[in-house]
Write a protein that binds this ligand. Structure first.
Ligand code: NAP
Length: 234
């Protein structure tokens, strides 16, 4: 049975991705850092396994994954965000954003790539954001981390393509999850008016894109950024 690891697998987008991939025939490792019960519940529903590690801690990542064997699909989805002025955000929060969103993805890829290279096969999908493509005021550290993921995707895709490994990026727009619960109904309406398709994205929209990038239907695609944003950034 093919194995997939989804970091942040119990968040809004992560859960939809785990369920979609299980449906596609993967045994899914549902990673969590804090939400143990939720991860275990999702894993039991889909016949997968919950796996604890903090993506920002390379030692924790390596020790959790050292006996996992060959994992053919890595979805780097774990992420945090914060709305604040660049000059007001705490140093600690700014470090967390870069360490989880960008270095976290690199830590996981570094842990799993040796087995992929040995197998001459593998697939890595990084969940970036439209703000990584065009930048968001008051989410500067977040935008920088997500732009970093795009740079990481392009560079590592070139490095590992000769080993038969594909690396792509999904850049979601405004997707209705916990991450966006902080907006008022009025703010949400203003945001919705800026979306050309006129509707918010759902975790399933992102999961469909991940499923496509994970499959052989995209076998000639690597190093690319697939936007799932209702036309918000074109
Ligand atoms: P969410 O519901 O808040 O989920 C975030 C997930 O990240 C949680 O499962 C959380 O797990 C995990 N996580 C946080 N810190 C972690 C760490 N140190 N190690 C391992 N896991 C960690 O957010 P979401 O909306 O589903 O977002 C998922 C991804 O999509 C993020 O990368 C986000 O930036 C990106 N994205 C979201 C949107 C959107 O509009 N929602 C748009 C563009 C991009 P624990 O609870 O266990 O900590």
């Amino acid at each position: 049975m093919k194995k997939a690891l989804v970091t942040g697998g119990c968040g809004g987008i992560g859960e939809a991705v785990c369920k979609k991939l299980a449906n596609d025939g993967y045994t899914v490792y549902v990673n969590y850092a804090h939400s143990k019960e939720r991860a275990e519940k999702i894993a039991s529903e889909i016949g997968g396994k919950a796996v604890f590690f903090d993506v920002s801690d390379s030692t924790s990542v390596r020790s959790a994954l050292k006996d996992i064997g060959f994992v053919g699909l890595l979805v780097n989805n774990a992420g945090i965000s914060e709305i604040d002025l660049f000059t007001s955000i705490s140093d600690e929060k700014a470090d967390d954003i870069l360490n989880i969103n960008l270095k976290g993805a690199m830590n996981c890829a570094r842990a799993l790539l040796p087995e992929m290279i040995k197998a001459k096969s593998g697939n890595i999908i990084n969940i970036s954001s439209m703000w990584g493509q065009c930048g968001a005021s008051c989410e500067v550290d977040y935008s920088a981390s997500k732009a970093g993921l795009i740079g990481f995707t392009k560079a590592i895709a070139k490095e590992v393509a000769p080993s038969g490994i594909r690396v792509n990026c999904i850049a979601p727009g405004f997707i209705m999850t916990e991450m966006n619960k902080r907006f008022t109904a009025e703010e949400l309406e203003m945001i919705r008016e800026d979306i050309p398709l006129g509707i918010f994205g759902t975790p399933d929209h992102v999961a469909e894109a991940v499923s496509f990038m994970a499959s052989d239907r995209s076998e000639y695609i690597t190093g690319q950024i697939l936007a799932v944003n209702g036309g918000m950034v074109i």
